[in-house]
Design a binder for this molecule. Structure first.
Ligand SMILES: [Zn+2]
Length: 146
């Protein structure tokens, strides 16, 4: 999907929510789409401040919620009430492992898992339209951990 098409989806989402397209919201959206990282609201805020963009954290949170609702970005709830965000639309599908000791986020994609979950849904007469697959992990330090 090209950038213009993705941007149109953003405009449509705001319109559907009856929210004005302001330069601040444009900047938030562009900032997220241009990043490949998993970032918290504060990270996004700091990055915007660095770019000399004045925007409140409340506006960022509100915009993030809309972007999540319309499937343009993904929200990862990582524990401690914290959440990280990453661009979703136009990016290849992947799932996540989150290390509970270090907070490290590992992306993975496994065709076999994808196939098995499709199969399970189909068996029950359903088709998967989206899924959230998050594994909380900790490092294996020795053999007895396995
Ligand atoms: Zn990711």
């Amino acid at each position: 999907m090209d950038k213009q098409h993705i941007y149109k989806k953003f405009e449509d989402a705001l319109k559907a929510e009856k929210i004005k397209l302001t330069p601040q919201r444009q900047a938030i959206f562009t900032n997220i789409m241009d990043s490949d990282e998993h970032r918290e609201c504060d990270d996004i805020y700091n990055s915007l401040v660095q770019d000399d963009i004045t925007v409140s954290k409340a506006t960022i949170y509100r915009t993030l919620d809309i972007l999540v609702k319309y499937d343009l970005i993904r929200k990862l709830v990582i524990g401690d009430g914290k959440a990280k965000y990453e661009p979703k639309i136009g990016k290849p599908h992947h799932d996540h492992m989150i290390c509970i000791e270090t907070g490290k986020i590992i992306e993975f994609d496994n065709d076999e898992i994808e196939r098995l979950q499709e199969e399970e849904a189909k068996k029950r007469g359903y088709k998967i339209i989206k899924h959230v697959h998050q594994l909380f992990v900790k490092p294996i330090k020795d053999a007895k951990d396995i």
